[in-house]
Design a protein around this ligand. Structure first.
Ligand SMILES: O=C(CO)[C@H](O)[C@H](O)COP(=O)(O)O
Length: 151
């Protein structure tokens, strides 16, 4: 699986560690920055990762900022992106199984590194269930997206 990573300055240290962890575990990693702790703007990295997921440059994305909230807001502005803030392992797998989340958002100022590692593995191993009730709900989300800009 190819995993696309992005973070602002607050998420950069976690991103660096998670990228190494994933490479060692055999995942292919595309790191879209930032590559320093110099202050940067999380929407830039959220947009880069969202566009890469839409363009099928990887199967899953991981975005990290201080709280996870900023990157999730920005990524969810893109049609076809389902970005979820998951700071526990239950949400990390249910968000994929039920909601077909394609970008995991983590807050480096909120959770510890070891929990972040567990959440990342849980998220990447989870699969969408394909159950009818979830498909129906996702279709409703797509219908909302289809209406964007029409009012
Ligand atoms: O969590 C975030 C957005 O939700 C950002 O990482 C955070 O706002 C950055 O803060 P600062 O510029 O003060 O380092």
């Amino acid at each position: 699986m190819r995993v696309i990573l992005g973070a602002d300055h607050a998420g950069f240290p976690y991103k660096t560690i998670l990228a190494s962890m994933l490479k060692e575990a055999g995942y292919e990693v595309l790191d879209l920055g930032t590559h320093t702790v110099t202050p940067s703007d999380y929407p830039d990295y959220a947009a880069a990762v969202a566009e890469a997921i839409i363009n099928k440059e990887g199967e899953r994305g991981i975005l990290i900022c201080g709280s996870a909230v900023g990157v999730s807001i920005a990524a969810n502005k893109f049609k076809g992106i389902r970005a979820g803030v998951c700071h526990d392992t239950y949400s990390a797998h249910q968000s994929v199984e039920h909601d077909d989340v394609n970008i995991l958002c983590l807050g480096a100022r909120v959770i510890g590194l070891e929990l972040a590692k567990d959440i990342v593995y849980t998220f990447l191993k989870a699969e969408f269930s394909g159950e009818e009730r979830h498909v129906k709900r996702l279709e409703k989300i797509s219908a909302i997206e289809a209406g964007w800009g029409s009012k």
